[in-house]
Design a protein. Structure first.
Length: 219
């Protein structure tokens, strides 16, 4: 298919479909510390090419056998008892399988080839996601294994802010500190921030695309 005939989202990021991901964990080591909660947020593209936050997928996760749980990390994310019987947590493999199914559907619906992870300090989220997928022997990981978009960098360029709360404020978004450190909330705010920045630079992207199209027609 000619690039010009592909869906707009497939053209925007070279066939990648951006999915904002946030994880809540039992520590900082993806190989030893528990994955406790994971959320993904899709992105929609409107008819005029602007981006808007789409569907949210959120799963509570049971610590894998032998997983480390650091009290300091649990105090931050508020998951004080990961084994509480009323916590609607799924086994790690089931949670990832459901999330990956959601994401593969969104990738297909948008005419893209695969997902690319977007995160605030994206390297952290991608490492935990990849480690869990390997641990669960999941072969069909929809995400690019190492490429990602980091809103820390994007917000630093666009607003001179790198902390999510401050970057959200600079972007004109409301930040609720009482909701922070929930995977779904942080992912949704990061998605909104990503959309604001991409939309802010949409004119630059479209100018470059028009210049490229003109150059190809003249060859």
């Amino acid at each position: 298919m000619n690039d010009a005939n592909k869906p707009m989202m497939a053209q925007r990021f070279r066939g990648f479909y951006p999915v904002i991901v946030d994880v809540e964990t039992g520590g900082f080591n993806p190989n030893t510390d528990a994955l406790l909660e994971i959320a993904g947020v899709g992105i929609n593209m409107l008819a005029d090419g602007t981006l808007k936050r789409g569907e949210t997928w959120r799963y509570h996760v049971q610590p894998f056998p032998g997983a480390n749980l650091e009290p300091a990390s649990l105090a931050v994310n508020g998951i004080l008892d990961p084994f509480h019987p009323l916590r609607p947590a799924l086994p790690e493999k089931e949670a990832l399988t459901r999330l990956f199914t959601d994401i593969r559907r969104a990738v297909k619906d948008n005419g893209c080839n695969r997902a690319v992870l977007v995160g605030h300090n994206a390297y952290f989220d991608l490492n935990f996601l990849n480690a869990a997928a390997i641990r669960c022997d999941i072969k069909r990981n929809p995400f690019h294994p190492f490429s990602c978009f980091d809103t820390v960098t994007l917000a630093g360029v666009a607003f001179g802010q790198t902390v999510l709360a401050k970057a959200a404020g600079a972007a004109g978004l409301h930040w609720d500190s009482n909701e922070a450190h929930s995977a779904a909330y942080d992912a949704e705010l990061t998605a909104d921030l990503f959309c604001v920045i991409c939309n802010k630079f949409r004119g630059v992207y479209e100018l470059h695309r028009n210049e490229t199209d003109a150059a190809m027609q003249n060859d």
